[in-house]
Write a protein that binds this ligand. Structure first.
Ligand code: NAD
Ligand code: DAU
Length: 355
């Protein structure tokens, strides 16, 4: 069996669902259920014996040690993190606690477990750490895309905390021999994406007749990958990645934010036109920029393609259409995540941003 952390969040839940759709190998899913963790993402696994959910913190050393001792996983995949850049700007503490201290404690618990394994199990064990392209900082327009050897230059509390976690993972391999793999992926989108992030927020706000808040000039560039492709890359790295190596994961799909917002508006115009017949893009509103906003991310995914034969299955056109359709078909899911806590966050982030 495998242990997944953060498997009730956006990418973790997609990973668990995809894993169990393709394999009968049991998944232990350890998730703290912060505001971003949602068991509704895993509702289709109700009654599936191969999914064992445990609510808890990756920084709870005793709990992690007990889970590892009881279930004896052959691999551990660490998705658990605080993941939203804007939240890290308003309150970095949780990011340091989970992404840095939590990862440290988790590594120590896994190291103790791994050290106690018999030779064959020890040789086959893997810890895969899921990270982000944001650790590399920001690119100028003419710069080459991030390769695995690009220097780390994190610019937000979120990316600094993820960079710190990557360094810890690397050091635990180099110093203690822990068999680790790290993936650094670009921006994901797809089902179960929490509507605080750009794409789901635009879909949800558009349908609710609310403003579509574009930060600054909207010309910041992100490199978008459909979440199921990120999940297939993680499975491939787990299966065939070289220990201690890092793999950049991306879809060769750079787009300015404003293009993304226009694409979402056009798809909604087609699939669910406004009652007044006007285009959704009329709801676009320019708001004050994110402090320290990285201008451009771009992933050079040639290593994972060359060495492990991985390629994304979706183009942006197919993936974004599926995503908009998913949100239109799952409006109950949207209304359930829009809890009191989520509404408070929206007020904190957007009230006071001058138009
Ligand atoms: P998310 O915020 O949607 O989900 C995070 C999950 O982790 C939630 O279920 C939450 O409850 C859980 N969690 C948080 N703190 C925890 C703790 N201390 N112990 C146990 N569980 C905890 O995040 P996501 O977008 O699914 O991202 C998953 C991982 O992938 C993160 O490590 C993130 O840095 C990385 N990543 C995300 C993207 C992206 O575009 N979303 C891209 C590249 C990498
Ligand atoms: O690059 C990978 C990263 O992608 C992950 O590591 C993070 O966990 C994930 O949240 C994401 O970070 P971003 O900051 O790029 O994603 P976000 O959806 O918050 O913003 C995408 C872009 O859109 C960014 O340039 C900011 C802009 N934006 C975002 C919001 C929420 C807006 O213009 N308006 C908004 O309301």
């Amino acid at each position: 069996m495998i242990l997944v952390t953060g498997g009730a969040g956006f990418i973790g839940a997609n990973f668990v669902l995809d894993w169990l759709a393709q394999s009968d190998e049991t998944v232990i899913n350890l998730d703290k259920l912060t505001y971003a963790g949602n068991l509704e993402n895993l509702a289709t696994l109700t009654g599936v014996a191969q999914h064992i959910f445990v609510q808890g913190d990756i920084g709870d050393s005793a709990l992690v040690a007990a889970l590892l001792a009881k279930h004896q996983p052959r691999a551990v995949i660490n998705f658990a993190a605080e993941s939203h850049v804007d939240r890290s700007i308003h309150g970095p503490e949780d990011f340091i606690q989970t992404n840095v201290v939590g990862t440290f404690r988790f590594l120590e618990a896994v190291r103790a477990y791994w050290n106690g394994l018999a030779a064959e199990a020890k040789a086959g064990f893997r810890l895969l750490h899921v990270s982000t392209d944001e650790v590399y900082g920001s690119l100028a327009k003419e710069d080459a895309a991030f390769s695995e050897t690009h220097q780390y230059e994190p610019n937000s509390p979120y990316s600094a905390s993820k960079a710190a976690s990557d360094h810890l993972v690397r050091a635990w391999h180099h110093t203690y021999g822990l068999p680790v793999l790290t993936t650094n992926c670009s921006n994901n989108y797809g089902p179960f994406h929490f509507p605080e992030k750009l794409i789901p927020l635009m879909i949800v706000n558009a349908l609710a007749g609310k403003p579509l808040p574009v930060y600054g000039d909207g010309q910041q560039i992100r490199d978008w990958l459909y979440v199921k492709d990120h999940c297939s890359a993680i499975r491939r790295v787990l299966e065939a990645g070289v220990l201690g190596e890092t793999y950049n994961v991306g879809g060769w799909n750079e787009k300015p934010n404003l293009d993304i917002v226009h694409t979402v508006c056009r798809l909604l115009d087609e699939l669910q036109p406004r009652a007044d017949g006007k285009p959704y893009q009329e709801q676009i509103t320019y708001v004050t920029d994110r402090p320290g906003h990285d201008r451009r991310y771009a992933i050079d995914a040639s290593k994972i393609e060359r060495e492990l034969g991985w390629k994304p299955a979706e183009t942006f056109e197919t993936g974004i259409r599926k995503t908009v359709q998913w949100y239109l078909q799952h409006q109950d899911w949207v209304s359930h995540v829009q809890s009191g806590a989520y509404r408070d966050w929206v007020e904190k982030n957007y009230d006071g941003r001058a138009a």
